[in-house]
Write a protein of this length. Sequence first.
Length: 239
Amino acid sequence: MLALGCAASQAQPVPRLHLTTEAAAPHSMQDGPRVIGIGADTVREIMTRARIDHTIELLPWKRAYTAALEHDDTCVFSTTRTPEREALFKWIGPIGEAEWVLMARADRKLHLDSLEEARKYRIGTYNGDARDQYLRTRGFDVDPAPNDLLNPRKLMADRIDLWAASFRRGSATLSRLGYGDKIVPVLVFNRIRVYLACNRGVPDALTARMNAAFESMERDGTLQQIPHRYDAIGMPAQR
């Protein structure tokens, strides 16, 4: 009995993390009680392989990001890893890639050879995300929106000259939204990787398990297979 008691007292509780993200199909979207999508499926597989109990919650991006900054059991995805954010989180991944693209109305026939040439234009951004911060800190004229999908409407209404968007290669987002022949890319100004970003209070042992799980997904091809589950749906911005 003593031996059994000692074993029970030494048993470690199953770790539990709270994962936050935003609603952005096909990256993350509600499907009944579950959150599914490319990013959600990727981090769920990481958690399963790392043997970490978890929840996934859809929130507005700023709330999702702030929760991971403030709570020591919380991680947020998909998060762009920038120099400004590097010390704020512990990083797992990269779980995806995207291009930052300046988009314009097709009928304006704008041509840009460099980001510097965009300084004379008003650029629509998504409030609080990495592209907004990137352009704002470099002195560009940005006009942030509370929802990134408001920016195509603003562009078509001439409220902005350019939209700083983020797309996975091969994305069908614009066509799906009805802008396929009306809004065109004029400059790819950055190529980024996105991560699961965990609060600094998440134990190193857990982040090591998550990164080991991620590496196993790379080796066995799972990471490359997950996006194909959602090939029919376009890819919106990563933050």
